[in-house]
Design a protein around this ligand. Sequence first.
Ligand code: ZN
Length: 151
Amino acid sequence: MNKKERLVAAIENGTVIDHIPAEKTYQVALLLGLFNLTTPVTIGNNYLSKKIGKKGIIKVSDKFFTDEEISRLSVVAPKIVLNIIRDYEVVEKKTVDTPDELRNIVKCNNPKCITNNEPMQTIFNVVDKDSGILKCHYCDKEQDINKVELC
Ligand SMILES: [Zn+2]
């Protein structure tokens, strides 16, 4: 195992989330509900990365995320990689797929939208996955996935 692989695979079983842009590490942890887990979680930040400058790495023991949970990350860090670890080995690498629909993940940027005035979930349809254009299900306002505010 080389140095780089050791950095990733330091847990026995679980998930190592890698290539998180450093400024998004906290949001990734929030979106995955890591602060509610009872299993060990290690959050590291500002590691040097040739690809993205500074990056975060999150190690979560004994936790494997569903594709639905992983798809939530498309709003903050679409390029991250999730390494699935079993018995200290990376057995699978998962990347983030932008879903067709985002439920209660981002806020609508239209102040008059009903979702900003009533206690209710937001629903966005992803109209263009490549350029990251979302459209509010209620008011039809489009927004850029890179500029959204999280719920
Ligand atoms: Zn709206």
